[in-house]
Design a protein around this ligand. Sequence first.
Ligand SMILES: C[S@@+](CC[C@H](N)C(=O)[O-])C[C@H]1O[C@@H](n2cnc3c(N)ncnc32)[C@H](O)[C@@H]1O
Ligand code: SF4
Length: 421
Amino acid sequence: MSVSPRIRGAEIGMTVATRAWLTDPVESGAAAGFGLYLHVPFCHHRCGYCDFATSAVGDRAADDQEALFDRYLAALIHDLHQQVGAGPIAHGPEGEVAPGTPWPQVTSVFVGGGTPTLLGGQRLSRLFAAIRSDLDVAPDAEVTVECNPETASGELFGYLVAAGVDRVSMGAQSFAPHVLATLERGHTPDRPLHAAAQARAAGIAEINLDLIFGTPGETDQDWQDTLAQVLTADIDHVSAYALTIHDNTAFGRAVRDGVMPDVDEDLQRDRFDLASEVLRAGGFEHYEVSNFARGSARRSRHNLLYWRHGDYLAVGVGAHGHLAGRRWWTTRSTTRYLDAIEAGASPVAGDEVLSDDERAEERLLLGLRVREGLHPNDLPPIEPLALEDALGAGLVETACGRLRCTDDGWFLLDEAVARLR
Ligand SMILES: C[S@@+](CC[C@H](N)C(=O)[O-])C[C@H]1O[C@@H](n2cnc3c(N)ncnc32)[C@H](O)[C@@H]1O
Ligand code: SF4
């Protein structure tokens, strides 16, 4: 129960930023920019740990695959066109968006998956031409495509550069062969670095590598070697994720059947700390729980948009959009998606309008993921005792006029947020 009046961040001993936080102004909500996410739900093989909206197409005959990709691309472009034509009023909460409001300029585009690069350079070029014809994409927008190492080639990156893609995000996961085998990855340890070099040679300005730590059988030495390999690469960004075991995956079933150990949180904490230490020493900024950039200009603008509670349009299977406090998501079934789009129906599977309290809570949870934390103006009301408790537990701190997580708080983010609410 509350024993003190609820107060705002500005009154809790933080002065409104007298020092700039790093080099950028930090904006949240609509001021954070406007993003476009497009999902491609195909992979050659579904990795045992992955619960993203994707299906394995590797067993299909080549003709069958090509026909499916053509059909999906046509649906994706049609879906985009329909959504853009309907205007923001069709997505915003009732009464919140005025009729005739135009779409904002797009500040980031992210084509994710699945494995978008399975579509090949020509189809992806057609997709980007459609995006640019439907929406006003800012000349300096960040345009990312997720790419599996085994689908990479100089030719593919040539198409992407010509289509205005300036960032690729590649799943390397580990450089230890036995860890890659456990993760059911279809590439050799050296392939991601070779692919990164091909991307750079083709003119891709920013390259991210995804890593996973804490895989069963991975040793401390494996993780150290993986981080050392990353530091030898000419890349700009690293996403390092603790392995999550999802119930509905092959790993989830293996853990339930007792043939795979569950994740060890102490070990994951040690690997998280090692990643932070090694990557920071190697010139990366640890700017979000799982993300590292070579300087603030190399942070992922599209992901920052999510963490800053910005607005984004969602196109494709299993895609999530957000506009002015309303979220919506589409079906995770490719069959249902294709059938809906081809029948002129909506693929949206659900939506919710967040209350002011829910928006404030979400802004807190997302904002604390980022190193810069939250500006007092973006903080929901916090009980002084709750703040004292979270500060005392070493989960949050104030810095540069903002409230942010400590390293402990980052690892225990849910607990940090729970103590503040
Ligand atoms: C949407 S996936 C797409 C990446 C791309 N298809 C690839 O695998 O190269 C993005 C990243 O999420 C991470 N990821 C997926 N499932 C995960 C899990 N269960 N635990 C931790 N990280 C996971 C992986 O690092 C993966 O590269
Ligand atoms: S991790 Fe990447 S390649 Fe593996 S199933 Fe998930 S999306 Fe596909």
